[in-house]
Design a protein around this ligand. Structure first.
Ligand SMILES: Nc1ncnc2c1ncn2[C@@H]1O[C@H](COP(=O)(O)OP(=O)(O)OP(=O)(O)O)[C@@H](O)[C@H]1O
Ligand SMILES: [Mg+2]
Length: 253
């Protein structure tokens, strides 16, 4: 979705200035300043570079020791994932995305169920819920059984699609993905990435950490390279070779 409140303006939906995070003597993040533009931003870097730490701060799971997060240009301090989500920052992880024991439709709503009043009481509107769930699922164009089914019966790729459908349905401003395809097979990865590419084409702000460098070069609109807690390069994927990317990652560039 293009931000109609700021036509052509350069205020990024999500940004940070001077983020630092220490774990004992380890600087997991060291004075990181970033801005995320509409489209797909890929974040790459060696193990321990600080990628997950950065996403956790943006998603409210970790609190930075220094620095500020900005949403639509306004400084925000998230105390929990719930607060970040309320601000439109949705994060998806392979494992924690869905509640196993609940149906697909229940997972899409999770506390935001449509309700109606019956004799003055608030009652969940099951029919509206299924209708809206089906609509949300149709937007991610992935083969999906009935939304009444339990999530337990879904494959990894289908689960990811449900989580994405949920983020989109509730109008997430930004979607953060930390190695979302790590446990998916090739077909599921391809289907998932086409959903992500669709979102990016609609000018959604999507941020994805990944270790598959050729995939990142092919699919991302923007690339950030992290090393030792810092963002060491901001690259245009079309103008970058695999060799250049790995040189930045290991510090020989
Ligand atoms: N909860 C924690 N306690 C102590 N140290 C941590 C914790 N989380 C991260 N670290 C350290 O912070 C640094 C950055 O970790 P982070 O998980 O952000 O790396 P990453 O880039 O996501 O790596 P990977 O590609 O392996 O997922 C590492 O040195 C790591 O050991
Ligand atoms: Mg990580």
């Amino acid at each position: 979705m293009v931000d109609s409140a700021a036509p052509g303006a350069a205020v990024p939906r999500l940004a940070a200035a001077g983020l630092s995070k220490w774990y004992g003597h380890v600087a997991a993040l060291n004075q990181v300043s970033v801005e995320f533009l509409p489209g797909l931003t890929g974040i790459v870097g060696d193990n321990g570079a600080g990628k997950s730490t950065m996403l956790k701060i943006f998603s409210g799971v970790e609190v930075p020791d220094e620095g500020t997060v900005f949403v639509d240009g306004a400084p925000r301090a998230f105390g929990s994932a719930r607060e970040a989500r309320a601000a439109g920052i949705e994060s998806l992880y392979q494992d924690l995305a869905l509640v196993e024991t609940m149906s697909i439709a229940d997972n899409i709503f999770l506390g935001r169920e449509p309700a109606r009043q019956v004799l003055g009481l608030r009652v969940i509107d099951r029919r509206a819920m299924r209708r809206e769930a089906d609509l949300a699922l149709s937007r991610v164009r992935i083969d999906m059984p009935s939304s009444r089914l339990g999530v337990r019966q879904l494959s990894g790729g289908q689960r990811q699609a449900v989580a994405i459908a949920r983020a989109m349905h509730f109008g997430a401003r930004v979607v953060l993905l930390d190695e979302p395809t790590a446990a998916l097979g090739p077909r599921e990865t391809a289907a998932f990435m086409s959903i992500i590419r669709d979102m990016a084409d609609r000018e959604e702000t999507v941020v994805m950490v990944g270790h598959n460098l050729p995939q990142m070069l092919e699919l991302a609109d923007h690339l950030l390279v992290m090393r030792a807690g810092m963002v060491v390069a901001t690259l245009e994927p079309q103008q970058t070779t695999l060799r250049e990317l790995t040189d930045f990652m290991v510090g020989s560039a």
